[in-house]
Design a protein around this ligand. Structure first.
Ligand code: FES
Ligand code: FES
Length: 78
């Protein structure tokens, strides 16, 4: 069985809570944009970050942002 990447050319807008999140950097998670452990078959690891405030956060879905885990608009140039 081969894993399929699940990436999109737009961000994920998440209703953020004050807690720690693990953003999927490898693209293989089936629970995008969060890590589900599927990166084990790669040498990529998730980006873990502490979200400090409640409210929308805009997480990169294309995995090409220079400001991961956040969308920096790079997806619009792909
Ligand atoms: Fe990746 Fe915007 S979705 S930079
Ligand atoms: Fe992608 Fe963990 S599943 S970084």
């Amino acid at each position: 069985m081969s894993l399929e990447k699940s990436i999109q050319n737009s961000p994920h807008i998440i209703k953020g809570e004050k807690k720690k999140y693990a953003w999927c950097a490898c693209g293989f998670s089936s629970n995008q944009p969060f890590c589900d452990g599927s990166h084990k078959v790669t040498d990529i690891t998730p980006i873990v970050f502490e979200n400090e405030k409640e409210g929308n956060i805009v997480l990169c879905g294309c995995k090409k942002s220079d400001n991961q885990p956040f969308c920096d608009g790079t997806h619009s140039k792909l």
